[in-house]
Design a binder for this molecule. Structure first.
Ligand code: GAR
Length: 189
């Protein structure tokens, strides 16, 4: 029998973290299966990655719904159909509402490219560069109703060793992929 934990990954854009997790599952480095990719930007690159990896995609446009509660109810019904047990946010640029938080208590996690609570929100790497930090970071945390808030699960500090934004981003993203997979591994065990 297949006892793999069924996870859904929510993303809004590029989807490199989505692919890192999906690949880790496919290669049996994680005892889990990505059952669904949920994307609030139809046509975003993450949906192409999902199709290539033969992972079902749920695309929706928030503006076609009366509000968060209505679209989250729709998402919840799809998650239940797919028997999803854990939700991973990977560049999902929305605050999760009560509908999903109540249904998946302590079962929604997020990755953010900073040492939270520093630099929450959009473009954390840009915010940190502008501030002139000498140590960047990545945080994986449980999700609550606040912006990039919730109990921290794992965190890594990344010293700034020079380079422009693109170079810094490349390094941080590589660490994100590694830490998201290793954190999931610990949680799944
Ligand atoms: C990642 O850096 C992720 O940490 C960040 O969005 C990027 C998505 O990249 N998330 C946030 O900023 C959440 N507030 P990806 O689409 O290539 O995985």
């Amino acid at each position: 029998m297949n006892n793999k934990k069924r996870i859904a990954i929510f993303a809004s854009g590029n989807g490199s973290n989505f692919e890192a997790i999906a690949e880790a599952c496919r290669q049996n480095r994680l005892d889990a299966q990505v059952a669904l990719c949920v994307c609030d930007h139809p046509g975003a690159y993450v949906t192409e990655r999902a199709k290539r990896l033969e992972i079902p995609v749920l695309e929706f446009k928030p503006k076609n719904y009366s509000g968060k509660e209505e679209y989250e109810r729709m998402i919840l019904s799809e998650l239940q159909k797919e028997e999803v047990e854990l939700i991973c946010l990977a560049g999902y640029m929305r605050i999760v509402g009560k509908t999903l938080l109540d249904a998946y208590k302590e079962k929604i996690i997020n990755i953010h490219p900073s040492l939270l609570p520093a630099f929450p929100g959009v473009d954390a790497i840009g915010q940190a560069l502008k501030y002139g930090v000498k140590v960047f970071g990545v945080t994986v945390h449980f999700v609550d109703e606040t912006l990039d808030g919730g109990k921290i699960i794992s965190q890594i500090a990344i010293p700034y060793e020079g380079g422009d934004r693109e170079e810094v981003e490349t390094i941080i993203h590589a660490w994100e992929h590694a830490i998201y997979v290793s954190t999931l591994k610990k949680l799944l065990n």
